[in-house]
Design a protein around this ligand. Structure first.
Ligand code: SF4
Length: 405
């Protein structure tokens, strides 16, 4: 067993952690409220009142976007609601094959149905998912102003080239002019980088504490914490306070270790669906490690735009922002293996989106590798819709965890 997991020795009922639901935790309640305040609907209202907003720009590039006084909107808001309707538009109007990635279908359908709305600018990174580039080409026909940051790749950190950094810096300067009509104030970018680094450090602390008490913060809330590490829900200081509250709650739990009967697991990717997270916990599983989005820091010693360029190329080289930045499909496996070693997890739940060409290859590599080194793994394919998963998926998860107990 790894050294970060606080398991109760002997499993005495008297030492079990006090019962708690998400509704009873001030930190979890505040996290949920903050996430709800950062919805597409809320940002649309702000845009109608004159605030600048853009689709994209919520990830490695968010310090630049905030320095341009613009709200970055995560693509995930495109399938937050009405995803079935959007999917139907994609299949019927755009003739996207039914078996293709539900994220792509929801994006293209929602952008089409919202083409008369007031948020018409889209920012994309050319090194990311290629099908998204195709979606955005079609969105141009619906009147969207799409800007793509030039493709730059460094599959290993030591492959970073000076001209690649220079190109990204000039691209970021171009994006700032597109957003604001004037060159970016680099001092503002530096302020935003420092602020984001401070928040990322808090996220890292909460995730480390959560690894000791994985049942305290449910999977669906943990996913929100990861997402917030990128865009901070448009309210960095509020998010920082939420993280402090959660850290304080988790620190109080050390006297109430996790029951020794819990099965420690590593999760790879975003399972996304509440019911699947429930199935994991109902079966006695505890997600003690999660490979999803990294918690690495920006280099504050570099000029700010160079710092952003280094950050994204380093993320490619580590794989910690995945396909969104064009990382190699081979990297998630390496991160998962590291997490298993660190946490002493007994099994892996590997998730991907059905019909994603990138993820299917990644999952196959994971399946082959972990079967070869005798680490139990179950692979799940999910979609972006909010309906509960199939009974077959739930049964597979439960059977897998039962097998490990
Ligand atoms: S799931 Fe795959 S195909 Fe779909 S948007 Fe993401 S990377 Fe692209």
């Amino acid at each position: 067993m790894g050294d970060v997991l606080a398991l109760e020795r002997g499993g005495r009922a008297s030492r079990r952690r006090p019962p708690r639901t998400a509704a009873e935790s001030p930190g979890l309640k505040a996290l949920k409220a903050l996430a709800e305040s950062y919805s597409y609907a809320a940002i649309q209202r702000e845009a109608a009142a004159g605030k600048s907003a853009v689709w994209g720009g919520w990830s490695w590039d968010s310090p630049l976007i905030y320095a341009c006084d613009t709200i970055p909107i995560g693509y995930d808001q495109l399938w937050f609601d009405d995803s079935r309707k959007s999917e139907a538009i994609a299949e019927d109007h755009f003739q996207v094959p039914g078996e293709f990635c539900s994220m792509i279908k929801a994006m293209i359908g929602r952008l089409h149905s919202d083409r008369d709305n007031n948020i018409k600018r889209i920012l994309h990174f050319g090194s990311g998912c290629e099908p998204i580039s195709a979606v955005l080409e079609l969105a141009k026909r619906d009147g969207y102003d799409v800007q793509t940051v030039e493709t730059v790749t460094a599959f290993r950190t030591d492959e970073k080239r000076a001209h690649g950094i220079k190109l990204l810096v000039s691209e970021l300067q171009r994006i700032a002019v597109w957003l604001t009509g004037k060159p970016v104030d680099e001092d503002r970018v530096a302020v935003e980088i420092r602020r984001k680094n401070r928040v990322i450090a808090k996220v890292k602390r909460v995730l480390e504490l959560r690894a000791r008490h994985p049942l305290y913060i449910p999977g669906i809330h943990t996913k929100l914490i990861f997402m917030g590490a990128n865009h901070m829900f448009g309210a960095p200081e509020t998010y920082a306070d939420v993280l402090d509250t959660l850290a304080a709650e988790l620190e109080q739990l050390d006297e109430h270790p996790l029951p020794s009967t819990a099965i420690p697991l590593v999760l790879a990717g975003s399972v996304g669906n509440q019911r699947l997270f429930d199935a994991i916990e109902e079966s006695g599983g505890a997600i003690v490690g999660w490979v999803y989005l990294g918690t690495n820091q920006y280099d504050e010693t570099l000029p700010p735009l160079e710092s952003l360029a280094h950050f994204v190329l380093d993320a490619q080289g580590r794989g910690d922002l995945g396909e969104a930045v064009g990382a190699s499909v081979a990297y998630r496996r390496i991160l998962v293996e590291e997490e298993v070693r660190k946490t002493g997890a007994r099994g892996i739940i590997s998730s991907s989106i059905t019909g994603c060409p990138y993820a299917s290859l990644m999952q196959q590599l994971e399946r082959d590798h972990f079967s070869g080194v005798s680490v139990p793994i179950v692979t799940l394919e999910t979609d972006v819709h909010r309906e509960p998963p199939t009974e077959e998926q739930i049964t597979r998860v439960k059977a897998f965890i039962e097998m490990l107990s």
